[in-house]
Design a protein around this ligand. Sequence first.
Ligand SMILES: [Zn+2]
Length: 182
Amino acid sequence: MIAPVMLRKPIPEEVDPVKLAQKAVSLTGSLTASDFPALQGEPYSVLEGQVSFEMHFGRDSQNQCLIEGKVCGELTLECALCLKPVGHTVNCQFALRPVTSTDEAKALEEAYEPVLMDQGRVFPLFIVQEEILLSLPQVAKHSEGICTIAQSVTKFADNLSSNGQGPKNPFSVLEFLKRKPE
Ligand SMILES: [Zn+2]
């Protein structure tokens, strides 16, 4: 059996933000949904997609280390109602201050989000994942009028009211919801 060729990712697993800030290093790259196993499956339901990111390591006016960047891309999530794919656009910017403790994080000015260092390191993939996470809706679903389940339920309710017959019992609609979409 031939093992799959492991391509070297353009994103380093861990970096020293202070060192990179001294050299004003920028990291860029693109990642696919499979790079974020934590976002696949419940409760986030990311099915597929690709994001590109930029991460600039530098110093602010007070000479403090700062990581600024953005994450953009298109992901496909699973609609919680009809279980079919629903598109989600990621377009976020961030300004992160590496901190060494939660106390230091609490003392931060509001303009920056803290990112906790582990032995002086941060993890670029984790930073990108956190930004994607923040962009995700609480419940992934199609907008009304697009979701097939929502449409079916509306039609069902319309039919009931137009022919003057109420549901036989209050759970009829629920029964209908439980049916699998075609
Ligand atoms: Zn749907």
